[in-house]
Design a binder for this molecule. Structure first.
Ligand SMILES: [Zn+2]
Length: 272
């Protein structure tokens, strides 16, 4: 079994061939955690997971928080409050294994000191609300973090949650601190664009999760629209850097995913 711990198969990029793709994935023994980014997409994630027998997470992405920042070309619905009860209700599906993706993203900078401070404070508050929900439900977190690792570590060090830092782009030092807080490190196709060799060498294989973040972050020479089948290329690259086989990466990271997300064995697909 190969587990994609971070996919967005509900996104419109898959509208034309979603059903075919998912059936093919199941046939080839893939398991998926399909990750929500707002209420609408979290609902779709749960629906898809229940339909096909895979897993979902629900949560509000930091860039889907209503703010004065306008990001070009985005279509996702923004939310001005964190609707705790709606997310809690969605989490009751047995397909839901995590709260995410949630976190901090300081990549986009609103103009002006006050607006920037407000943007950051709002993200922190929404993030903390969602950590509260995860703690209440005893679920792990799927965390999105860009240019905000120091604030992330400060917040997480005061809490008792566990989970994964998806698409990790921090330093070895930051990875070390997150590991000591009990977090896993999510590795995806960004390793073909950014030099994360030191991080991959440093993090033990039993603390790594593999993921695609599809339809985004396609590895070179793969289809432009990413899909979970590119996990093989990511596992191969991690194996090359750590001097272990691709198969070992696939098996160990699947074990890690089963353990952190408490995945049902046999998987939901086989229970149907
Ligand atoms: Zn994502």
């Amino acid at each position: 079994m190969i587990i994609d711990t971070h996919a967005h198969l509900n996104f419109s990029e898959f509208n034309k061939d979603r059903d075919l793709l998912i059936k093919d994935l199941i046939k080839k023994d893939y398991q998926i955690i399909n990750v929500g980014t707002n209420i609408e997409s979290s609902k779709e994630c749960v629906k898809l997971a229940e339909k096909y027998g895979f897993y979902a997470s629900v949560g509000l992405h930091p860039l889907n928080i209503e703010s004065s920042l306008k990001i070009k070309g985005e279509a996702e619905k923004k939310e001005s409050v964190f609707d705790y009860n709606t997310y809690k209700k969605l989490s009751q599906s047995k397909s839901v294994v995590a709260i995410g993706e949630i976190g901090l993203d300081y990549w986009y900078k609103p103009k002006g000191k006050d607006r920037r401070a407000e943007f950051i404070e709002k993200q922190k508050a929404f993030f903390i609300n969602q950590i509260d929900l995860a703690e209440e439900l005893n679920l792990p977190l799927i965390i999105h973090c860009r240019m905000a690792f120091n604030d992330l570590i400060e917040i997480l060090s005061k809490r008792n949650t566990k989970g994964v830092i998806h698409c990790f782009t921090g330093t070895v030092e930051q990875a070390k601190e997150l590991l000591s807080l009990g977090y896993y490190i999510g590795i995806n196709g960004i390793i073909f664009k950014m030099d994360l060799k030191d991080v991959i060498q440093f993090v033990p294989i039993d603390k790594i999760l593999i993921e695609t973040d599809c339809p985004y972050l396609s590895p070179p020479d793969f289809e432009e629209r990413n899909n979970p089948f590119s996990l093989e290329l990511i596992a191969e690259e991690i194996g090359r850097i750590k001097n272990i086989s691709k198969e070992e990466v696939i098996i160990k990271t699947a074990d890690n995913a089963k353990s952190i997300f408490n995945l049902l064995i046999p998987p939901l697909t086989l229970l149907k």
